[in-house]
Design a protein around this ligand. Structure first.
Ligand SMILES: C=C(O[C@@H]1C=C(C(=O)O)C=C[C@H]1O)C(=O)O
Length: 285
């Protein structure tokens, strides 16, 4: 039985929407949660495969293999990772920021952006539950991701400065940012290659079908659960990149370089180990 981590956010829906869960249930059990919890579950060996924060792969890259061509990335604005701030971003040095406890990638991305690109060295960070009002009660700004960020952006941000971290990253690096990767444990790949291939193929097929449909059917389903309107969700999915090609990989390796230089990752992750299905493992530098 393969234990599969399923991120609870809409941003991964294209992979899951058309999956044949009944056929997959013969060998797979789905475990839905927020990214930070799935990152821990992967590190502790409680899941075998699934989408995790790209930062979590960087922490554990020696034990993990990446699934080919699956990711949650953006080339510019991502639409669901926002810093909501009372002050302009240029003025945040010496201030305090509340970070959602759901994230690993975006929280470090924010720190990197503020240190490297704005030169802010004195920010006080607190990690807490993603509740907008609570986060801003005692802090000058807050970082939300996923559906929490989308909902807060709809509801709350009057009088606030709102920054999209995908956009800020692109502005300074001209590179895409990869927020989530699909990773599996080396040991699970050795034990269950066929089940993992079936999962990979279903994720890829689902994503391709959703994209070919212009995300219309998927957007209908999301409106029913989350509100908003159909064009909003279609645009959201079209803005996100769900492929993991050379250009996303280079952007991710650059993120790992900066994360190491700033002391957030103990090792310099200078390669990605990607499964070349049927062929072995490919090292990408
Ligand atoms: C695009 C997003 O990416 C998510 C951000 C993550 C993180 O910050 O650790 C993890 C998984 C991704 O699904 C989002 O949350 O909106």
């Amino acid at each position: 039985m393969v234990r599969v981590g399923e991120i609870l956010y809409t941003n991964v829906h294209p992979f899951f929407f058309y999956m044949d869960r009944e056929a997959l249930s013969a060998h797979s059990r789905f475990i839905p949660s927020i990214p930070a919890r799935l990152n821990d579950a992967m590190a502790n060996g409680e899941i075998d495969v699934g989408a995790i924060s790209s930062f979590a792969y960087g922490k554990q890259y020696e034990d993990l293999i990446l699934m080919p061509n699956l990711a949650v990335a953006s080339h510019g604005p991502v639409g669901s990772i926002f810093l909501f701030s009372r002050a302009p971003i240029e003025d945040l040095d010496g201030k305090s920021i509340a970070l959602t406890h759901s994230s690993a990638t975006s929280s470090h991305l924010l720190k990197i952006i503020l240190r490297r690109f704005y030169g802010h060295r004195n920010i006080d960070y607190t990690t807490m539950a993603p509740v907008y009002q609570d986060m801003l009660e005692n802090h000058d700004a807050c970082l939300l991701i996923g559906d929490d960020a989308i909902q807060a952006n709809w509801r709350e941000h009057e009088q606030m400065y709102v920054y999209d971290l995908g956009e800020r990253w692109y502005h300074f690096t001209r590179m895409p940012m990869t927020f989530a990767v699909f990773a599996m444990r080396k040991q699970s790949l050795a034990e269950e290659p066929q089940a993992l291939q079936a999962l990979h193929d279903d994720w890829k097929k689902s994503e391709e079908r959703a994209r070919a449909d212009g995300y219309e059917e998927l957007a209908h389903a999301v409106v029913a659960d989350h509100g908003g309107n159909i064009p909003f969700w279609q645009d959201y999915f079209k803005t996100l990149q769900h492929q993991f090609t050379r250009v996303e990989q280079r952007g991710l390796l650059h993120f790992y370089r900066l994360a190491h230089e700033e002391g957030y990752l103990p090792n310099h992750v200078d390669r990605l180990s990607v499964w070349d299905i049927g062929m072995g493992i490919h090292s990408i530098h």
